[in-house]
Ligand binder design. Structure first.
Ligand SMILES: NC(=O)C1=CN([C@@H]2O[C@H](COP(=O)(O)OP(=O)(O)OC[C@H]3O[C@@H](n4cnc5c(N)ncnc54)[C@H](OP(=O)(O)O)[C@@H]3O)[C@@H](O)[C@H]2O)C=CC1
Ligand SMILES: O=C1O[C@H](COP(=O)(O)O)[C@@H](O)[C@H](O)[C@H]1O
Length: 499
């Protein structure tokens, strides 16, 4: 125990002297090196990890502890926000490597014996499955068989990475496999969008203030737009992406979670189940999406990417219009879009309000005013903007739209927004699942995505695949989708460049 991490503040309500172990399966992989270890490092640097924490990596590579530490250190230096040698040197002795094969039952028993040696009496264990999706079920089964899933000596939790299946049927099968070994309270399904500060802030914006909620409904809102635009293309992930496409890669998880946060009813508390019940409820009331309200696109040159079929029909862009059939939102269109190789990296939620009655300003159908809208800027210019009309000084009755803005960087100078994995790892250690997806959440999302994916697969004539230029806003059909409803994508907010 001499090398155990020294006592460090872990956050409110935590026992600081509980020995914990995190076992990362897939410890030599990209996710561990690029995301998990930098997140653990930053939590340690901020005194947020519990005393006595051990981090044990599991993979096949023939490494010793020192090799593993060296690889992770390089990862933290390359991908972390701030690296300090002294902090790393304090953390490193708590990091260990165990060489094993995910398919070998004996390696799990040996791993358990190794854990017992490293941290005798360790009470809590968090398994991070940073492995390919096909391994999730088998690894859970092996953990159970080795007696590593039962909570007889402290908690046993498992973090699972997306994709959670590739359709509703496979997601249900995966849930069954996971539940064969772990009860739902032990399972933490990561959606890193929920760990983003700005996504967490949606609940604060809506429910820690009094002036938004009264207008957050069909009487005042005209439409809601959710954009997750990426500038990057598929890069080296063509093999995975070509089988997935944008609906599985981005919509089923991230966009559905953002939709739920912006549209759900107020939860009774911040408890995991209070929040997740509301999300499940609202996604359960989304009307099946009409195929006529879908748009698909593929960026120019996608088919020449590595591991992509030369005649691939995989969409790298999608836009949909959907309706939520509940008291609050009935009749209000929600427009969602996401794509790769677009003009900018920019994720934002825009809530557009109804125009004022045309009685004072002789607007002739409101042509003169830009509607009020509230933009929640998820990334990269994190903040909130309210767009409203104001009189141009020294004119009789000229009006112009202006912004009232909150920028995280201006309001909290010096605070670097943490990567989503920092918060999510900490929450999983605490056992707080509020920012993790629940099985019914995931099934609801597949329920909405499956018919679109199947409809597109069945006919190339249904919302035909439009090739869009790299660096553009995507298919023209996505503009037409909004124009049909008398709306337009709101640009010029949250760093979204104008058309
Ligand atoms: N990378 C990312 O940014 C993201 C990844 N994800 C998900 O996270 C998961 C992991 O992704 P990523 O890190 O990119 O994948 P990688 O391919 O980079 O890593 C896979 C890891 O699994 C290990 N592994 C593979 N087969 C075995 C085996 N039979 N026995 C033991 N270890 C094995 C590999 O180690 P070795 O070869 O040494 O055995 C390696 O450490 C995937 O499900 C992915 O979809 C989700 C979101 C983002
Ligand atoms: O899950 C995924 O998310 C990333 C986008 O995440 P962001 O935090 O950079 O917005 C996306 O590039 C990737 O294809 C997808 O698998």
């Amino acid at each position: 125990m001499a090398n155990a991490i020294k006592h460090r503040r872990y956050g409110k309500g935590m026992k600081t002297n509980t020995p914990f172990t995190i076992v990362i399966f897939g410890a030599s992989g990209d996710l561990t090196v690029r995301k998990l270890m930098p997140a653990l490092y930053h939590n340690f640097q901020k005194n947020r990890l519990p005393a006595g924490l051990r981090i044990v990596g599991f993979a096949r590579r023939d490494w010793r502890d020192e090799d593993f530490r060296e690889e992770l250190k390089k990862g933290v230096q390359a991908h972390g926000a701030s690296f300090e040698d002294a902090i790393w040197n304090e953390l490193a002795p708590s990091i260990h490597y165990f060489r094993g094969d995910l398919d070998a039952a004996k390696d799990y028993r040996a791993l358990q014996a190794h854990l017992d040696c490293l941290a005798p009496g360790a009470t809590g264990c968090l398994y991070y499955l940073a492995v390919a999706p096909d391994f999730i079920g088998p690894v859970c089964a092996h953990l159970k068989a080795a007696g590593m899933a039962a909570e007889t000596h402290g908690f046993r939790r498992v973090i699972i990475e997306k994709p959670f299946g590739r359709d509703l049927t496979s997601a249900r099968a995966l849930n069954r496999e996971v539940h064969e070994a772990f009860a739902e309270h032990q399972v933490f399904r990561i959606d890193h969008y929920l760990g983003k500060e700005t996504a967490q802030n949606i609940i604060f914006l809506r429910f820690a203030n009094t002036f938004f909620e009264p207008v957050w409904n069909r009487r005042y809102v005209s439409n809601v737009q959710i954009t997750v635009a990426e500038q990057v293309d598929v890069g080296r992930r063509g093999g995975y992406y070509d089988k997935a496409g944008v609906l599985r890669d981005m919509f089923q998880n991230h966009l559905m979670q953002l939709l739920a946060l912006v549209s759900m009813e107020p939860p009774a508390s911040l408890d995991a189940d209070a929040i997740r019940n509301e999300k499940v409820k609202v996604l359960g009331t989304v009307r099946p999406i009409s195929m006529a309200d879908t748009v698909r696109g593929q960026y120019e040159g996608y088919r020449s990417a590595k591991d992509v079929a030369p005649d691939s029909q995989t969409p790298t862009y999608a836009a949909v219009k959907l309706f939520i059939d509940n008291w609050r939102w009935q009749g209000i269109p929600f427009y969602l879009r996401s794509g790769k190789a677009m003009i900018a990296k920019s994720s934002a939620i825009v809530v557009e309000f109804q125009p004022p009655p045309d009685v004072i300003f002789n607007l002739h159908g409101n042509q003169g005013f830009t509607p009020n809208f509230l933009s929640i800027c998820i990334q990269p210019d994190e903040g909130i903007q309210l767009r409203f009309e104001t009189k141009v000084p020294d004119t009789v009755a000229e009006s112009r739209s202006v912004n009232m803005s909150h920028s995280y960087h201006e309001a909290f100078p010096g605070i670097v927004l943490p990567d989503a994995y920092e918060r999510l790892l900490l929450d999983a250690l605490k056992g707080d699942a509020a920012l993790f997806a629940r099985n019914d959440d995931i099934e609801n999302a597949w329920h909405l995505m499956d018919p679109i994916i199947q409809g597109w697969d069945a006919s190339s004539r249904v919302s035909p695949l439009e090739i869009y230029p790299r660096g553009s806003w995507g298919p023209k059909a996505a503009d037409a989708l909004l124009a049909k409803g008398g709306h337009a994508w709101r640009m010029g907010c949250c760093g979204l460049p104008c058309n």
